[in-house]
Each structure stands twice: as C-alpha cells, then as structure tokens.
Ligand binder design. Sequence first.
Ligand code: CA
Length: 381
Amino acid sequence: MLFRSKSTHIPRKLLVALCGATLVGATGCPPMVSGDGAPAFTVETVVSGLDRPWEVAFTPDGTMLVTERPGRIGAVIGGSRVVMAAPTDVVAASEGGMLGLAVDPNFAANRSIYTCFVSNLGGALDERVVRWTVNADFTALTGRADIVTGIPLNLGGSAGRHSGCRLRFGPDGALWITTGDGARSDTPQNPLSLGGKVLRVTTTGSPAPGNPGGSLDPRIFTLGHRNVQGLSFRPSDGAAFSMEQGTGCDDEVNSLVAGGNYGWNPGAGGFYNENAPMTDLLTVPGALPAAWSSGCPTIATSGGTFLQGSQWGTWNDALVTAALKGTQLRVLKFDAAGALVQQWTSLVDRGRLRTATQGPDGNLYVLQDSSSGSILRLVPA
Ligand SMILES: [Ca+2]
C-alpha cells in the first residue's frame, strides 16, 4: 500500500513514521486502508462551504451538479457552487430535505435532470421525484414536473427519518428510485406503498417495462427495505446493487432482482420495531439474504458506485460505498455470482461521508457530510 499526501508529497513510509501508527488517518496523515493490495490515492477539496451536500452528478459536458439537503440544487461553475433552484416546498427535517439527483441520459438533447426531496406541496409531507430543465448557462431550472409523488414519510415526530431517495438511471434506461420506510411500520411489506422499496419508472413517472407487477404497485421493483440510500449498476452485467442502512446491526448491500423481498418487516409485532432483524426469515419466508452485511455496529452506508478503470488497480470493478457514522469508504469486491470476495476499509480523514460517485475523468468524487461540507476528489496515484 502506498499513500501520499497531496499537500506535502512526503513519502508514505516517512509519513507513517511522522504520524505514528496510532495517528495514521488523523489530520495531516495519509489515508489509512485496511485490506491487502489497495490502490494509492490523494484527496483534494474541489468545492467547500456546502451545507450537507447529498448528491453529486455530472452532465455530458462535465459540469458538476450538487444538491444540498436544506433545499438547494446547484452547479459548480468556475470552482464555485451556483444555486440553480431552491424550491420553497422543500422540508428539511431529520434525514429528509433535498436529496437525490440524476442527469437524464439524453441530457445533451433535453437538458433534463431529476431530484428527489421531501415536500409540503401536497399538504401533508411526502417525498417526490421532480423533473427539471436546466438553462443554457446552468444558472436556473425551469419546467418543474412532479413525476412521482406520495412516497410516504413519518408524519409525527420522526418526519424525515429513513428517507432513502437515491436516483439512478440504469443501463435499461429506467429511472430507479430508492426509498426508505419513513420510520413507519406499514410501508416496507405493503405491496401498494412506495415506502421501503426500490422503484423503476420512466422519465414521466410511469411504471418502467419489466417491473414485476401483480399485487405490487406497478412502479415497485423490490420490497422489504429499511432505508436505501445507495444504488449502483455493475458495469460487467448491469446488475443492480443497493446500499441500505441497518438498525444497530447490519447495514446491507443487496443484489436486486425483480420482485425480490429483502426481509425488513418492522411492523410484524403491530408496532414499529427498531430492533427487527434486517432480513427477517421468520415473518418474511423466502426473504433474500444480503450480499454483504456490516455486522455490529453499523457504519451507516450511504451512496456508492462501482469503480471502473485500471488506474484503480484492485478496486477496478469493486463497489465503493461511503459511510456516515463509520466515517470511511468501504470497498467491496464481489464475484460474478454476487459473493463477496474481498473488502477494504479506507479512512479518508474527512469525517462523515455521504456518497461516492465516479466522475467522467475517472476520479472518485466523495461528499463530506457537514454543515460546512465539501466535494472531495480522490485521485489514484
Ligand atoms: Ca435485508
């Protein structure tokens, strides 16, 4: 393992000696990775001063877009964040607010983007997915269209908890939406509720072709989730993997199959059971096991991505997920059948990490979750 600090360019061997074994990973010391054969990388700050940045995405010309949880949708222009829109119906509470963001695969022609956020537009709070049109110079959004509404939230004192809300376009062209259970007992196993699910829709919010249907709302792809904040598609075969936050134990990565039930059933006892197992085989027979579980304690996995490119060495084709509570990147390598082969823990020394997205330049962009947060760029050495 070789690591170097962008700011000092001191060889790792010397840095380790300077930092001391117990301080490696602390401020000024190089990133620390456990696991054999990890690639070397440097950490740069791209934009700072963001309030709880939640998602970063790139348009085809390389422009970086970013959401901030209190309610802003921005673009990075000339090294600074320009606010394109701050919808007045956004409600930022607990884990909710302005969250997911995706760029239309046909952006060059239609300039469409999609956001997922908590809204009071319908009276009672809900979560919704909204399509926007970006103007030519990335300074304003127009043409708001609320394409999916009614994703349920807790309407009591836990409003905003377990909001899910990651958006991704799949290789199938569908818009995938991850949701949370809303800290409600009546959502994840309810076939007609959009809570605790992974959804697949078209760019107008209609059910995408290929959803399982039957007794399920036609927009549902999978069910039985607690709080899915991450989604990525494995480039080699297009398989969808979700990243999900557990209770006190068992954050999960799940390999998603149409109609799959992933076993979160907090309402089995007639109340919201915070201590229910993440995959409850007793009350959900046939529930699908996780491809990876954190065990205890959890690290609070958020968004992640399958890294691509030989510059990432052993991490090429591995799933990198950011962790909030665990203040780390967790890197997971699966075989073709979805079995875990190897994992690494990488402390990048920047506190809570919200998500990890590979940019068009091949580098990894990671959001630092703070009221004075940053977009970080991890560059393989
Ligand atoms: Ca599960």
